[in-house]
Design a protein around this ligand. Structure first.
Ligand code: FE2
Length: 570
């Protein structure tokens, strides 16, 4: 309780002592209001769907008009986001000198009485001081019936990266309107920075990109993104960039993002009342979205039926820390020598935010979920999470397991060094999760995190796809391009996929190296990639677009079928 009160006081102080310098603040009184985002669709059920939008003013009333003549109205419920702020590093049209609370209200209306497969026009309205502020008209729909052919966009790792808005624009230009978006995490960079969601001044924030309201310059072209989530429900997984670290009123938002420690450590250092502010939290993500929920995991992990797809979304992501072994680095393999005497300042390596090991609550929930009829009877069985089980990318090292501390003391008992090891045989994704998914007949495992495109197939024909070369790439590790790992340690693979499967060369139009050899991946900061699941054909098709040539065509370069593991027909 004491810490909750302290948190509230800290938030108030940060408002009182913050300095906002707005070039247009003198005109604010006469400025008319506008919506901070377009509406987007969430949580469709068989006869309903939710419409969500945001404003920077506390409305007098907000509602959705819908129906063929927009003749019906449903009032929205309004809440204020509790943790979104800006700071000195925010790219917005105001200057901030320290973390400063930003007032943003979220409006959500539940539209009921819908008929599956019938789209209905809608428009959102917020009223403030007798001024009526409306969005454009879009269409909404409830959950489609199982026989309805669907196109689903598989995307991840937007993070306001340079090619993201071009990518989303090309999605709409190439396949038209999709029916849903499956997003495998890392939506923004720092989840509590409001402008990354709404109005980063570079023009490529999260919502503008997915709503066709972006304004991003790349190679001489202005990209608007695509009007996607006004029409299609968004299902997301938590990535490491949705997790905010320890709360502070003074340190930068980036430092707070990086300052997470495991809950188990926080329990030893801080009173029970407010562990969240002293470890890590996903509050902003959970406040922005209305996702399906599971009994133990809430929105953090869940399962949902959409058309003939059963989608299982897991919370499988860990803290990212630098691979550097420079003495002052709080890294994945070591603590900084500056803080050896103060464990409250340690980083605790790449700690896992939510366990997925075989004895964990999430694993037990998953096992029960995979055994129920909704999963077993679904035509398509898809599992989505952020961390890669198989990849050529950098982030598969170190193995996905709890960091094991090796602490050396001198003869007086003072700590000399803290190192972390990650035994590969204890990788929870490979040891526990993947065998469970294989046994259950999952057809597609979809993930991101390394920022490249590559895919794999297991012996039982379970498909693995990483389609995260959306906004940028962190490269593929083959040949001379080695991961930065501790030397002579079999736990850490310098190149290749450490978990065994070989990447599959795209079967339509692979890229080639300088010698003309087909490449099994796309890892490019010039070529952006998106993937579309087509439930009518049972295929996942991947497309690439070269952002260096505005007039260049979008090229379908790979297509594979999702085949049930017990079927060997393809
Ligand atoms: Fe990530």
């Amino acid at each position: 309780m004491k810490f909750t009160i302290l948190f509230v006081i800290a938030l108030c102080l940060s408002i009182i002592y913050s300095v906002r310098v707005s070039p247009s603040s003198d005109n604010m009184a006469s400025a008319s209001f506008s919506l901070l985002s377009d509406p987007f669709l969430q949580l469709p059920t068989s006869h309903s769907v939710r419409v969500v939008w945001f404003t920077e003013f506390l409305d007098d009333r907000s509602y959705v008009k819908y129906g063929s003549q927009l003749e019906k109205e449903t009032d929205a419920t309004t809440t204020e986001l509790s943790r979104v702020r800006e700071d000195q590093n925010s790219l917005v049209n105001q200057e901030y000198i320290q973390p400063t609370v930003r007032d943003i209200w979220r409006h959500e209306a539940i539209i009921t009485g819908l008929t599956p497969n019938q789209r209905v026009p809608y428009q959102v309205v917020s009223v403030k001081d007798k001024e009526v502020i409306s969005s454009k008209q879009f269409t909404l729909a409830s959950n489609p019936t199982p026989d309805k052919p669907l196109k689903i966009l598989l995307t991840s790792d937007h993070q306001l990266m340079p090619m993201t808005t071009a990518n989303l624009q090309k999605v709409v230009e190439t396949v038209g309107r999709v029916d849903a978006v499956f997003f495998a995490g890392d939506l923004v960079n720092i989840p509590d920075r409001a402008s990354e969601w709404f109005d980063d001044s570079r023009g490529g924030a999260f919502f503008p990109g997915l709503q066709g309201r972006a304004n991003y310059q790349l190679n001489g072209t202005t990209y608007k993104g695509g009007e996607i989530i006004q029409y299609a429900p968004l299902f997301t997984a938590l990535g490491n960039h949705e997790v905010m670290g320890r709360f502070s009123t003074t340190s930068s938002l980036k430092d707070q993002f990086s300052d997470s420690i495991p809950r188990s450590v926080a329990k030893q250092l801080y009173p029970q009342e407010d562990l969240k502010n002293n470890s890590f939290n996903t509050d902003t993500y959970e406040e922005i979205f209305t996702l399906p929920e599971s009994q133990p995991g809430g929105e953090k992990y869940y399962a949902v039926t959409f058309g003939d797809i059963r989608l299982v979304v897991l919370y499988v992501t860990n803290m990212w820390r630098s691979p550097s072994n420079e003495p002052n680095v709080k890294g994945r393999y070591q603590e900084s020598i500056r803080y050896l005497d103060s464990p409250e300042n340690w980083g605790y390596g790449q700690h896992i935010f939510e366990p997925i090991s075989r004895d964990s609550l999430q694993y037990r929930w998953l096992k029960a979920e995979l055994a129920n009829d909704a999963f077993k009877e679904a035509k398509y069985k898809i599992v989505m999470f952020h961390h890669p089980p198989h990849t050529l990318g950098g982030n598969i090292v170190p193995p996905y397991t709890d960091p094991q501390a090796v602490i050396q003391h001198d003869q007086n008992g003072r700590i000399q060094s803290v190192k972390y090891e990650y035994p590969i045989e204890q990788d929870y994704i490979i040891r526990d999760l993947i065998p469970l998914l294989e046994t259950a007949g999952v057809q597609l495992v979809y993930y991101g995190h390394s920022h490249l495109w590559n895919r794999f197939t297991s012996e039982s024909r379970m498909q693995f796809l990483e389609s995260s070369n959306v906004g940028n790439s962190y490269g593929a590790h083959l040949g001379d391009k080695k991961r930065p790992v501790p030397p002579n340690n079999l736990n850490y693979a310098e190149v290749g996929n450490p978990n065994g499967l070989e990447p599959i060369i795209p079967n339509i139009a692979p890229l080639q190296d300088e010698k003309g050899n087909d490449l099994s991946y796309i890892a490019s900061n010039d070529i952006t990639v998106f993937s579309i699941l087509d439930t009518e054909k049972g295929t996942v098709s991947s497309y690439r677009f070269d952002t260096r040539q505005t007039a260049s065509e979008v090229i379908k370069f790979d297509e594979f079928k999702i085949i049930a593991p017990d079927s060997h027909s393809g």
